[in-house]
Design a protein around this ligand. Structure first.
Ligand SMILES: [Zn+2]
Length: 168
């Protein structure tokens, strides 16, 4: 079969920075990427490039930053009042809140996100919520390992069950 909407796809890939060639991440045969195709869980252009491929096919393509994780925006750098990080005694956890650290945060709607600490002053902590790959053109190279139909359960849940997927 070939990759189409509601296929469960296993593949290996190597992701690099398209401009510099620097490796960003790589899957291994022991731990391939497994995902439900066509439900919007991945970068749309990543999925488009895989449409119609079959097991054993290789692929290579790049995606400009605008179509991947977006571009770096100053609007995503926010000064948060220091009080948010202080405990009852007015102390902040200096192991967690230090320049360069990635800190899990949530917004008013309860969405989880990670911010990187850029600056700490007496009044605020400046955090960068841009995606770590914002502004990066991505280059993918890899191979399709396996394709199967999603089960009814997987379609109802919108994700893969079993090896490489959810166990519940
Ligand atoms: Zn599930």
């Amino acid at each position: 079969m070939t990759i189409e909407v509601n296929s469960v796809v296993s593949l290996n890939y190597k992701l690099s920075n398209h401009k510099t060639g620097e490796k960003i991440e790589e899957t291994s045969s022991d731990n391939p990427m497994v995902f439900l195709y066509g439900v919007g869980s991945l970068i749309p252009e990543f999925e488009e490039n895989l449409f119609g491929k079959k097991a054993g096919d290789s692929f290579e393509f790049s995606i400009v930053s605008e179509n991947a994780y977006g571009n770096h925006s100053e609007d995503n750098i926010v000064a948060i009042p220091i009080s948010v990080f202080q405990d009852e005694t007015g102390k902040i956890n200096e192991n967690e809140i230090r320049v360069g650290a990635l800190v899990p945060m949530s917004d008013n709607e309860g969405n989880h996100m990670r911010g990187q600490v850029k600056e700490i002053t007496a009044e605020f902590v400046k955090m960068d919520f841009n995606h770590p790959l914002a502004g990066t053109d991505l280059h993918f190279i890899g191979e399709i390992l396996d394709i199967r139909q999603a089960t009814a359960d997987e379609l109802a849940h919108g994700h893969v069950h079993g090896p490489g997927g959810h166990h519940h």
